[in-house]
Design a protein around this ligand. Structure first.
Ligand code: ZN
Length: 271
């Protein structure tokens, strides 16, 4: 599933192709995404000029003079910039055709993504208005996280992956941040000291920033807009490294399945 670094990589990849361009046509081949693409959207958006491509949590916000397109990649969605004349492939559900002869093509095999529209402030949209802080927001601090964790028995890993606490941190980056902070993923969130929570917040920011720098992590279903892989996989310390030696201490990385999610950790570095 794309996490924040993959979405931000997508944003940076598509932005230069979109900003300043006029939308000539929106082609919807399959409107049955997580929520249906509004039937009126092609006529609402035709002729609009793109002014910005922003991101809030894992939503991409394509701002135009007619309103804002809200895009979510869901579990398996990707956006690519191609020539408008290129033949659509299976799962290419939507094309945003631009006056440059290019199009932004949305592919999503599992169709958990979405393409919605608002003519109002997108941050007030029902999907966005209650989102937790961005990882780099001044509101997200070790102290705020520590305070939220008081009395919580859920694991620290589940706690940082909960989008009510911070947005955009999924399984990969939660696992990696906990390794860097030296915290065992199964520990109850409420038992973590303020000092260690401060370390964890710094580790979350560091791991996300490094992943964005190298174009995210290539996942089974994820490609970035240029079709290039992300290179963060080579930098992973624990995620999907079960049985391999820890890059710091050579101890074998362990794996445990909690619910349906795999958790990876180094028993020596994380305690
Ligand atoms: Zn280790």
């Amino acid at each position: 599933m794309p996490e924040l670094p993959e979405v931000e990589t997508t944003r940076r990849g598509i932005e230069p192709w979109l900003v300043g361009r006029r939308i000539e046509r929106l082609v919807v081949r399959n409107r049955q995404l997580r929520w249906p693409v509004p039937r009126s959207l092609p006529s609402l958006i035709r002729g609009a000029r793109v002014s910005a491509v922003a991101r809030r949590a894992k939503y991409l916000l394509i701002a135009t003079d007619a309103g804002t397109l809200i895009v979510h990649l869901g579990m398996s969605g990707s956006l690519r910039v191609l020539d408008s004349s290129s033949e659509p492939q299976v799962h290419d559900h939507v094309d945003l055709q631009l006056d440059s002869g290019r199009c932004l093509r949305f592919n999503d095999p599992r169709r958990f993504g979405c393409l919605l529209f608002t003519a109002r402030d997108p941050l007030r949209h029902r999907l966005l208005r209650r989102l937790a802080a961005e990882p780099w927001s001044p509101a997200f601090t070790g102290e705020s996280l520590w305070r939220r964790a008081r009395g919580r028995r859920s694991s620290i890993k589940a706690f940082v992956m909960d989008s009510a606490n911070v947005t955009g941190v999924g399984n990969i980056y939660a696992s990696e941040a906990l390794f860097r902070a030296g915290i065992r993923p199964g520990l109850a969130a409420g038992r973590i000291s303020l000092e260690r929570m401060i370390t964890l917040v710094a580790a979350i920011r560091e791991v996300l920033a490094e992943a964005i720098d190298v174009g995210g992590t290539t996942l089974r279903d994820y490609v970035n807009p240029s079709g290039m892989p992300g290179y963060f996989r080579q930098k992973l310390f624990v995620y999907e490294r079960r049985g391999q030696p820890c890059r710091r201490c050579r101890t074998r990385i362990r794996q445990l399945t909690q619910g349906q999610r795999s958790t990876y950790w180094c028993p020596k570095c994380q305690h």
